[in-house]
Each structure stands twice: as C-alpha cells, then as structure tokens.
Design a protein around this ligand. Sequence first.
Ligand SMILES: [Zn+2]
Ligand SMILES: [Zn+2]
Length: 278
Amino acid sequence: MLTITLLGTGSPLPDPNRAGPATLVQGAGESYLVDAGRGVLMRLAGAGVAPSQLDAVLLTHLHSDHFTDLNDVITTRWIGTFEPTPLRIIGPPGTAGVVDAIMASLGPDVAYRIAHHDDLDYEPPVEVTEVESGVIDLPGATTITVAPTDHRPVEPSIGFRFDVDGASAVTAGDTVPCAGLDRLCAGAQALVHTAIRKDIIADLPIQRIVDVLDYHSSVEEAAQTAARAGMETLVLTHYVPAFAVGEGDDWRDLAGAHFDGTVVVGDDLHQVEIAPAS
Ligand SMILES: [Zn+2]
Ligand SMILES: [Zn+2]
C-alpha cells in the first residue's frame, strides 16, 4: 500500500485554507516529503508525522514556493531529535547551493541553541544529493526514480516515481507535458500533478499571472499525461486559481473528459491510498 497525502494544495498566492506545495508519500513504514512549501510542518503535524520521521525531503525544482519552509523542516527536525540524524535532501542541480544559503541564514539560531542546550553540540546535519535522472541510492524499501520535467525557464526540474510493496505513484511537480514525465509514468498507477486552469487564467488582465500559462500543465494536459501512461488515478494539486474548500467538481469534470481513471481533487490533508497493482 502506498499512501499519498496532499499536505499543501496551494500555490505562490497566499490562501488561508491552502498551504504551499507539499505532498507526503508513505509506504512500507517510510515517509517522503515532496516539496516543502508554506506551512508544511503544520500540515505534516495534521497528518500525524513529525519531521524526525521523514526519510527524505525531495524537491521538484527551486521555485521558492516549493521550498520556502525547508528551513523549518531542517530546524525542527534538529531540535526535535536527540542524536545526529542527517536530513536527506534530494533535488535538482542547484539544491546544494540553496541549502547552503538556508544553513547560513540559520547561523545565529544554531549558535544560540547550541550555546543554550548542554546536550546539543552539533549543527543541523543535512545530506544533499543533486539528481537529474535515474534511481536514487537510498537505504529504504522504497525505490525512487527521477526523470527530468519541463518547467523552463526553471531548469532543471525533476519528477519522482515511488515503487513500494507492489504499488507505484509519480509526483510530477510543475511541468508541461514532456517525454521525461511520460517515461516516469509508464507502468505506474497514480500521478500527482500540479495543474492550472488555463481557460480562466488566459482571460485575466494581469500579465504577470498570464505568464504562468507557458510552463504549467492545464487540467486537461495533466489528464492527458495520465491517460497516455494508462494510469489508474490522477491526483490534482497546486490549484491556480484555487477553488473554495470542498468544491472543485469542475476541475474533476475537465480532467475526466480526457482520462478514464479516477480523478481526485482534494483539499489539504486529503489522502489517497494506492493498493498494490493486481
Ligand atoms: Zn514552479
Ligand atoms: Zn509551483
């Protein structure tokens, strides 16, 4: 069994009901956090998971809304554990520089806490791995495979495929349809895909918002990606523009016109269970 929890279904636009982009993928007793947007630890607490329980944090790309609370994950895991337990952070090339800068920004805080707590004499341990494709070398039971996506000019960006206990799911992140994502999805059961309503956004009078059209998938395009791969389930997230909590039937209908499987449109903390493929 593989469990997907939508921790944050929001976008860069602040929303009182939606945390920033983040998805929890769990199987075989392991927990992987995909992206770490605004409010991620509040939602992780809502899902009953402590930062110390994360096996890795996976970043799809280095847009700020996808890692704005990574500093909180690093700090809270550090002060919430009682021996050095390195936080594994996996992301595209460029991730190490971003993490180094976060660590530099935490410098005063780290010094205060080490000075204050006799039993805390080490800095937050982090292990950064930069990847663009292939299988990540991890000690757990979950196989995580990476492929490049297309979110240009954000480059490189990556998607992740999780295979555990006979179940499989892909987290696409922000991307237009592309060969790398198709490769990752082939033979997998579920796709978690960020999506925007191009039919709505295209008519807005604000160019800076209209600009997002060219590097995200529409609901229809996300559905077509899932359909091409013959997947069972499409989970939409990162809703732009966001709909009111509990709604979203129109998003489900738009996707359903292009995909015969199950379309999930959920709010923060919505969970989807993927049973092993029969
Ligand atoms: Zn992005
Ligand atoms: Zn985004």
